[in-house]
Design a protein around this ligand. Structure first.
Ligand SMILES: C[S@@+](CC[C@H](N)C(=O)[O-])C[C@H]1O[C@@H](n2cnc3c(N)ncnc32)[C@H](O)[C@@H]1O
Ligand code: SF4
Length: 373
């Protein structure tokens, strides 16, 4: 059976960061957080038939800033999920912003059954955090990690960004070294992207040169490997367990998304079809109507979607799994990847397709070769 994950979107932040294009909205005095949780419970129950027929294998509470919600506020949602299954043995992650520690106690999250926390540190350097328009400083990044450890979280991810405005190579490596010193399980190490529709796109800050960013990438990867971390996806590093939830997305697993703007991908077996459900993006619209769009993923999109996710990771693509999850014959995929294979981006064997080093470094080129067909 294709694994099923649950994604829960909590869309508010204390303040919108100037580089961020996530579905995140500034919190106002009159924002009704409890009312939103009630709506999430209704949203969850609207998927009753799937939840009664298939187990959830992981849960991810993302945002926005989920740590604006206390464990007490989240409790009704957890009660609702537990009507369908025991969640004590699955990976459950919550995202936390170090600037919101007063609003929620991490140990309350552990009591709810949350066993993995992802901290949006971004940097330990106060000047970098100011350049990024963050609400927290470097001390709060340290405090968030210590608080998560004291609360009993064994599985901690830290988000760090590099290629930041005015950042030097040494500053980027200092951030990584401070992360390494905590011996945390997991790192999400993102190169800062200038996204359309953000303040940084309108007023672009001065970024390090491409050569400098390349140096950060190489020296940073070397430092992480030397300290026992292994890269398993473009931005994801672990010294122990990868994130099951994220791997499930990248490996074309199924997911239910609840909350404003959340997407679901559900495979129906009889007859076989892959459905996508999209919830209304704005919190106000979502409070009035849940579903914005329900559509079948056309066969022509399946190969592209499969490859975009799969080739973010370093795992070889297993052709039997491809056939099971898409009901397409492997020859369609091999044909679609012919030009990428000829360009030295992939190695094709009778049972797997693997990225070459060049293919991993040129993920966009690989995806473009598929789009052009
Ligand atoms: C939803 S946020 C994490 C939780 C919380 N909202 C926070 O920022 O502290 C997900 C992560 O995406 C990364 N991110 C957001 N915008 C980005 C961008 N433009 N370029 C690179 N990484 C970005 C940041 O590292 C951020 O922590
Ligand atoms: S706190 Fe996180 S989700 Fe919110 S605006 Fe900043 S990066 Fe985006």
């Amino acid at each position: 059976m294709i694994p099923l994950s649950l994604y829960i979107h909590l869309p508010w932040c204390v303040k919108k960061c100037p580089y961020c294009d996530f579905n995140a909205h500034p919190l106002k005095d009159n924002t009704d957080l409890e009312g939103y949780i009630k709506r999430l419970v209704e949203d969850l129950h609207s998927h009753q038939s799937i939840l009664e027929s298939r187990p959830i294998r992981s849960i991810f509470i993302g945002g926005g800033t989920p740590s604006l919600f206390s464990a007490q506020q989240l409790a009704p949602l957890f009660q609702a999920i537990q009507q369908y299954q025991d969640i004590s043995k699955i990976e459950i992650t919550i995202e936390a912003n170090p600037g919101t520690q007063d609003c929620a106690s991490y140990s309350g999250y552990v009591d709810l059954g949350i066993n993995r926390i992802s901290i949006g540190g971004q940097s330990f350097n106060p000047a970098m955090l100011t350049n990024l328009g963050r609400i927290h400083n470097g001390d709060l990044t340290h405090q968030a990690i210590i608080q998560a450890q004291n609360a009993g979280f064994k599985r901690i991810n830290l988000d760090i960004m590099y290629g930041l405005p005015h950042q030097t190579l040494q500053e980027a490596l200092d951030d990584l070294q401070q992360f390494i010193d905590y011996k945390l399980e997991h790192l999400s190490w993102y190169q800062l992207n200038i996204e359309a529709n953000t303040l940084f796109a309108v007023k672009k800050p001065e970024l390090p040169s491409d050569d400098m960013i390349n140096d950060m990438d190489l020296a940073g990867s070397h430092l992480l490997i030397k300290n026992g971390y292994r890269q398993y996806e473009i931005s994801a590093w672990t010294r122990n367990q990868p994130s099951f939830h994220n791997l499930n997305y990248w490996h074309f697993g199924d997911y239910l998304g609840i909350g404003c703007g959340a997407h679901s991908k559900i495979t129906q077996t009889n007859p076989f079809k892959i459905e996508r459900v999209i919830k209304h993006k704005h919190p106000k619209a979502y409070m009035n109507h849940l579903i914005q769009e329900l559509k079948e993923v056309p066969k022509s999109d399946v190969i592209l979607e499969y490859c975009i996710g799969q080739f973010r990771t370093l795992d070889p693509l297993d052709l039997d799994t491809f056939e099971k999850r898409t009901q397409l014959h492997r020859d369609h995929l091999i044909q679609a990847l012919k030009s990428a294979s000829e360009a030295g981006l992939l190695t094709i064997t009778p049972s797997t397709i693997s990225l070459t080093d060049k293919g991993f470094r040129h993920h966009n080129e690989l995806c473009l070769s598929l789009v052009k067909q």
